[in-house]
Design a protein around this ligand. Structure first.
Ligand code: FMN
Length: 212
């Protein structure tokens, strides 16, 4: 008897501001009970430390991730691959990933993925998932933007990625939305793009003012 292969979503966290978006996407995937493979770029360790005070160490990734997400990871189907490990599973198209999310996506990561630089595992895994025609969602976070960044986003779109800027809408929770509601709005749109069920934001139901 053959069992179903493990088919994880690869989550790549790059060094743009916006680690709360990554935390919300990871929490949403874990809540949905889907397997996750995590890659955290070197620069993302700096943004994580800056924004949360939480260190992220390859040798202590499970404890550090639990501290960052503020949850027990006991039952979670999680795998972690160091960003420098170019021999890691997700660096090959034969590894049965379901697809990938880069959240947040730095301009550098967008550029590297768009041109196939593969300077680390995050960029390589994104390129691999694109070439295998699997779902890839990129969540850029920069403002204002250069022409080259915009062109890289167009290249990612043309290669099949969903380009999903970290640009929360206020229709879900109204003008008094909390920071967490705005974060969850973006995370919810990411999970929508992956067709992963969630209740992270209130969907538009056709009536003005419902969120107030
Ligand atoms: C505290 C901090 C905040 C940053 N915020 C952003 C950002 O919002 N967007 C961005 O594109 N780069 C940002 N950067 C710069 C990236 O970290 C830098 O370009 C890095 O090379 C990205 O590498 P990576 O794509 O391998 O993670 C930030 C850097 C630091 C230290």
């Amino acid at each position: 008897m053959t069992s179903e292969p493990r088919r994880p979503w690869v989550v790549g966290v790059s060094g743009a501001s916006g680690t709360p978006y990554a935390a919300a996407v990871l929490a949403g995937l874990l809540d949905a009970g889907v397997p996750v493979d995590l890659v955290v770029s070197r620069a993302a360790r700096l943004t994580l430390l800056d924004e949360t005070g939480q260190p992220f160490r390859d040798g202590h990734w499970r404890d550090d991730l639990a501290g960052w997400l503020g949850r027990d990871l006991g039952e979670a189907d999680l795998r972690y691959w160091p960003a420098g490990d170019l021999a890691a599973g997700p660096s090959s198209g034969s590894y049965q990933a379901r697809g990938m999310v880069v959240v947040p996506a730095s301009t550098a990561a967008c550029a590297g993925i768009a041109i196939g630089l593969s300077k680390d595992l995050l960029q390589r895994a994104a390129e691999v998932n694109l070439k295998e025609r699997r779902p890839v969602v990129v969540v850029p976070r920069e403002t204002p933007v250069t022409r080259s960044h915009l062109l890289h986003l167009v290249e990612l779109l043309d290669a099949g990625a969903v380009v999903l800027p970290a640009s929360p809408g206020f229709y879900g929770a109204g003008a008094q939305a909390s920071a967490q509601q705005l974060i969850d709005f973006v995370a919810g749109k990411v999970l929508d793009a992956l067709a992963v069920p969630h209740t992270l934001y209130r969907r538009w139901a056709g009536a003005l003012g419902e969120a107030r």
